[in-house]
Ligand binder design. Structure first.
Ligand SMILES: Cc1cc2nc3c(=O)[nH]c(=O)nc-3n(C[C@H](O)[C@H](O)[C@H](O)COP(=O)(O)O)c2cc1C
Length: 198
């Protein structure tokens, strides 16, 4: 299967550090890898409603924002959550997109979980804090979400910066970006599980 990367941009501003860092990493992808970039600020999902236990589940219209994101998610072999660090976790826009995954698990004729199983989740984030470990909650959110979905997890590319463009001064992050998507992405595991051997 040809690899197809979906970059889900979760910043509440344009041309921010997270997108810059994600684009640096994406530059290294081979030319035959398809890329789709979707800004959640430009494609606003409606408030998430928890209809999991209601009987009527309908597939969203393909020309709606929800349909666009569902179809893009299903078509991707690799999903890159490019979210700035907001209050030590993913941004609200990103969280809303992930909340929609819960609804899509029950969308008829989609088989969302089986489709995503074995595919790869990656993270890219920019943060103002110098100490990277404050991003652990974001990393945990993405790792655990991947584990729940039976996905592989490629880890999170972190870069430092506050004002837009500052991440380009983080030379260590730019160096990590060069090889980020070439890394192994093992099957994600919850912390209480034994590490995957494949
Ligand atoms: C609502 C909000 C919450 C933030 N929370 C954090 C935080 O918890 N830790 C941190 O280091 N930086 C925090 N920041 C700073 C951003 O992570 C930083 O400016 C980052 O570069 C923004 O990425 P962007 O340019 O892609 O939007 C926060 C910024 C905003 C707007």
């Amino acid at each position: 299967m040809t690899r197809r990367f979906l970059f889900v941009l979760g910043s509440a501003r344009r041309d921010g550090n997270t997108e810059l860092l994600a684009r640096k990493a994406a530059e290294q992808l081979p030319g035959d890898v398809e890329q789709q970039w979707i800004s959640l600020a430009e494609h606003r999902l409606p408030d998430f409603e928890d209809l999991r236990h209601d009987s009527d589940h309908v597939r969203p219209a393909p020309d709606s924002t929800t349909g666009l994101l569902l179809d893009a998610t299903l078509a991707a072999t690799d999903i890159v959550i490019a979210s700035p660090l907001y209050w030590y976790s993913v941004s609200g826009l990103t969280k809303r997109y992930l909340d929609y995954w819960s609804g899509w698990l029950r969308t008829p004729d989609v088989d969302f979980k089986a489709t995503l199983a074995g595919r790869t989740l990656w993270g890219v984030t920019a943060l103002a804090h110098e100490e990277a470990e404050v991003a652990d909650p974001l990393i945990g959110t993405l790792n655990h979400s991947a584990a729940y979905m039976g996905m592989r997890f490629g880890g999170v590319l972190l870069g430092n910066g506050s004002a837009p463009g500052q991440v380009l001064r983080d030379t260590a992050a730019l160096a990590r970006a060069k090889t980020f998507f070439a890394q192994e992405a093992p099957l994600a595991r919850f912390p209480y599980e034994t590490p995957a051997t494949v």
